[in-house]
Structure formats: structure tokens, C-alpha cells
Design a protein. Structure first.
Length: 509
């Protein structure tokens, strides 16, 4: 009841005309920056940070909430329409969302993303208000061994599920891990795979890899097929602008499952919202295979609904971790931590006592921002889809220019543009030989976490490897991982026997 009463006070603070204006402005600006390739929601918060210094703290952070959630929707919009996610949290949405757009279902894909963001964000906001202490205690349970087990689970599960060939999935994962280890070793300080190039000492940016593999690689693929297959560039965005009753009923379980997967990851620092979005996508793909529908790879609505809900659920609970513990578990949360400190505030357990009006006003603004974004973006989904009607040579040339501008804006380095081109060619070759992209991304995102966690665990145990299986959390993760691998291999063998039987039947007939 205390939390409910405090939340009501927060609504009283957030629902003033001026603060409502800041929520609306934040949602619009966040979405506008989020749709630019290579920027994304974290860049939106960073770029708009100086604008808030003239506001009072409550108004500033209410505007930040709008920018934060608006940027996430902008990330998803470009991921769906242009196969160009603004940042890692929207990568999983490209796999089925972009195929929906190419099949003429762009408005439905954007509506799915908007409702998924609303569902995940609202559920996480409710959890943050009523269960923040319990969620905060969860982060204390995870140590280096648990982080390593979780990363290993994501590696193997993703590689074995997202591709028909386990070998291709593992090859993509190894490539992602190889990119992740380039740079200066944080423990020994030695160079690794840099060939003495100073620009590689800080490693290869995830933003560069994401934009190159997903956006530039797609541009190269379309360009390579233009003469042989002119229809490869045709994306029709006609049809009804909203979800049908059947599509809505199909997406509801995926939205709820995705939100359930994303909730815990906001308080456990395992790489932001990339991990739960990949896990939500993998779960829906396994369920699809088990049911025999085989819709994935053709624009499955559940493959978009689950990652969207998971990403926004993680975003909400990440704010609980920031406010209650002072622990930023994502790049955007780290920027907001800097904003708190700029106002002379230190997030943590004492923040609820020292600035209750600010905290509860900010939490109330989460609910308001969700509703505002849903009202703004559902009607505008067909309008966003009109981007696909731009003549395709101009469209893809524009994507290439924005990719280059986005990368140069984040690094201010010509070398990164060359890196963008080289990795873009790698992304094109992966598409050419049907090598999945998801394992590369998950390896790039979680590679550093897995390496540092393994090292920390072994250092704390003086090299005793048994520490990796010493807790109940790691035991559960490894058992579930073994089950996932077994089911995946069994399913592939069963499908192979079925295909062989069908071939023999055709020969006999």
C-alpha cells in the first residue's frame, strides 16, 4: 500500500501540463533520433542530455523517460523496415520483423512492435513499483560463475537453434567471439589480434559490427541480386494497417513470454537487453519447431513480438536497478546515472528517502510514456511503412550514407569507416552462404562478459574449475542447456529421417 500511495503522489507530480509536455517532447525526439541508423536510444539520451540542464530535475528525468522509450521504438522501426537496428536490443527484431516488412506486412510488424513495447514496458513498470526490493536482491545472487554459465547458455542455445546447420551456427558464434577479443587485454594489458594497429587497441565497436553486418550487408545482398532478381528490392507496404484478430491472438502469448524473460535481466548486469531478446526469440523458434508450424524465417509474428516485449521489460527493470542500487546495467542507464550526478543526486537505496518526489514522479512517467508512445505510434505505423515506397536505389543509398554518418558520429575516426566496409562484406558473405547472423551478434555482445566472468571465477578459487558448477543457479542453467542441446539434435535427426523417408517414397513411386 505504501508503494501504491507513493505512486499516486508520483502521478500527481507527472500529470501536470508542463511535465506532460516534456513526456510528449521526449517521446517524439527519442523516436526521431532512434530511427537514424547507427545512433539508437542510448545515443538519443546522450545527444539530448544538454537540453535538460535548464529544467528542474523532475521535469528533466520525466523527459528522459520519454526519450528512453521513444528511442527504443525508433530502434525497432528501422530494424523492421530497413534491417538496420539502432542498437543491440533491436537486433533480434530484424530476423522476423524485416521479413514481415518484405512480405508487405510492414504496418502489422510495426503494430506488433508497438504493442509488444507497451506490454513489456507496462509489466516491468508494475514490477518495479511493487517488487523492486525483491528484484534488487536477485542481483546479489549472481557471481562470476553464474554470469559465465548464463553466457555459455546463450552461446550454445542460440547457435544450435537459429540455424538448420549446427556447424554454421557455431562458425558464426566463433566469428563473433573472435571480433570480441580484439584489443587490449583488460587483465594483462597485452595486445590481442591488433596487428599493431593503434585504432584496434580499444577493440571493435558493437555499433560498427551491428550496422555493418545487418545494414550494410543487406545493402550488398540486394545490390548483388538486382540484375538477376529485380523483385529482390520490391517491398510492398499495402494492406490493412493493424493486426487482425488471429494475429493478435497469436502474438499475445509471445508478448507475455517475452516480458517474463526480460524482467530479471534488468537487475542482473549481463549485457543489457540484448541477451533476453535473443533468448525470447530462441524460445519462440523452438516452440514453433515443436508445433510443426515452421513459420520462422518467413516473417513469424511471434518471432517479433517476443523480443520486443523482452527488450522493453528489461528497460523498465533496469531503471529499478539504477534507482534502488545505483547500478547501471546498460549504456543508457549509465548516461542517466551521469545525469543524476549532474543534479547532485546519487541513485541508491537512500534516493527514495532523499528525493521521493523525483523518484515516484519518474516511475509514474514510465506508465505515461508507454501510453503516449502507443497512442503516437499505432496510428503512425502505416506512415512509417511508407518509407518503403521510396525508390529503392535512393532508399538503399540513403541507408548507406546514414550508416557511414552514424558510425563516424560515434567514433570520429576514418578507420572505423573502413572497418564498416570490411565487416559489411563479411555480412554479405554470411548471407551468401546462409550462415546465421544471430550467433555472431550474441558472441560479440556476451564474449567479453564470458571471458571476464571465467577469469574472475578462477581467480577467486585459485584455479579450481569446480567453482563453475558450485551453485544451484549454475547447475540449473547447465541442466537446461543440456536439455536444449539434446532436443535440438533430436529434432534435427528426426527431421533428417523424415526427409530421407520422403525421398525414398518418391523414388519408389
Amino acid at each position: 500500500m505504501d508503494s501504491l500511495l507513493s505512486l499516486m503522489d508520483g502521478f500527481g507530480s507527472a500529470l501536470t501540463p508542463m511535465n506532460m509536455l516534456w513526456v510528449l517532447v521526449g517521446c517524439l525526439l527519442g523516436t526521431a533520433v532512434g530511427v537514424l541508423p547507427g545512433l539508437g536510444s542510448s545515443m538519443a539520451v546522450a545527444l539530448l542530455l544538454p537540453m535538460t540542464f535548464a529544467l528542474d530535475p523532475t521535469g528533466a528525468f520525466i523527459m528522459f523517460a520519454g526519450v528512453y522509450f521513444g528511442g527504443l521504438f525508433g530502434d525497432s522501426t528501422m530494424a523492421i523496415l530497413m534491417n538496420t537496428p539502432g542498437q543491440g536490443s533491436a537486433i533480434a527484431s530484424t530476423f522476423e520483423g524485416h521479413k514481415m516488412a518484405r512480405a508487405g506486412r510492414a504496418p502489422q510488424a510495426l503494430a506488433t512492435a508497438a504493442i509488444g513495447a507497451f506490454t513489456g514496458g507496462m509489466i516491468s513498470s508494475i514490477v518495479v513499483v511493487f517488487l523492486a526490493p525483491a528484484l534488487a536482491s536477485l542481483s546479489a545472487v549472481f557471481g562470476p560463475a553464474e554470469y559465465f554459465a548464463l553466457a555459455l547458455f546463450a552461446f550454445v542455445a542460440t547457435s544450435s537453434v537459429v540455424s538448420d546447420s549446427v556447424l554454421k551456427g557455431l562458425a558464426s558464434l566463433v566469428l563473433g567471439l573472435a571480433i570480441a577479443v580484439v584489443g587490449i587485454d583488460s587483465v594483462t594489458g597485452t595486445e590481442r589480434f591488433t596487428s599493431g594497429v593503434p585504432e584496434l587497441f580499444d577493440g571493435i565497436s558493437l555499433v560498427t559490427v551491428t550496422v555493418a553486418v545487418l545494414a550494410l550487408g543487406e545493402v550488398f545482398r540486394v545490390a548483388s541480386r538486382l540484375r538477376r532478381d529485380p523483385e529482390a528490392m520490391v517491398m510492398v507496404s499495402s494492406g490493412r494497417p493493424f493486426l487482425s484478430g488471429r494475429e493478435f491472438r497469436e502474438a499475445i502469448p509471445a508478448w507475455l513470454r517475452g516480458a517474463g524473460i526480460g524482467l530479471p535481466f534488468g537487475v542482473v548486469p549481463v549485457g543489457g537487453s540484448e541477451v533476453p531478446t535473443f533468448m525470447a526469440y530462441g524460445l519462440e523458434r523452438r516452440l514453433d519447431k515443436r508445433s510443426g508450424r515452421n513459420k520462422f524465417g518467413k516473417g513469424a509474428i511471434r518471432g517479433l513480438a517476443a523480443p520486443e516485449a523482452a527488450g522493453n521489460a528489461t528497460t523498465g527493470t533496469a531503471m529499478a536497478s539504477l534507482l534502488a542500487l545505483g547500478l547501471p546495467v546498460s549504456a543508457t542507464a549509465a548516461i542517466m546515472l551521469a545525469a543524476f550526478q549532474q543534479y547532485g543526486l546519487q541513485p541508491g537505496p537512500l534516493l527514495f528517502d532523499r528525493a521521493p518526489d523525483l523518484v515516484w514522479g519518474l516511475l509514474a512517467s514510465f506508465f505515461i510514456a508507454m501510453v503516449v508512445l502507443l497512442i503516437l505510434n499505432l496510428p503512425f505505423a502505416p506512415l512509417w511503412a511508407k518509407l518503403l515506397l521510396i525508390p529503392k536505389p535512393y532508399l538503399y543509398a540513403g541507408i548507406t550514407v546514414f550508416c557511414a554518418l552514424g558510425i563516424y558520429a560515434t567514433s570520429n575516426n576514418i578507420f572505423d569507416l573502413g572497418m564498416l566496409l570490411g565487416i559489411g562484406i563479411v555480412g554479405f558473405m554470411m548471407r551468401r552462404f546462409d550462415i546465421p547472423l544471430a550467433p555472431l551478434m550474441i558472441g560479440m555482445v556476451l564474449g567479453p562478459l564470458a571471458e571476464s566472468s571465467l577469469r574472475d571465477a578462477l581467480l577467486s578459487s585459485n584455479g579450481d574449475y569446480s567453482i563453475l558448477v558450485s551453485s544451484w543457479i549454475t547447475s540449473i542453467l547447465y541442466v537446461v542447456l543440456a536439455g536444449v542441446v539434446f532436443l535440438s539434435l533430436y529434432g534435427k535427426l528426426a527431421q533428417r529421417r523424415k526427409d530421407r523417408g520422403s525421398a525414398m517414397t518418391d523414388v519408389d513411386s
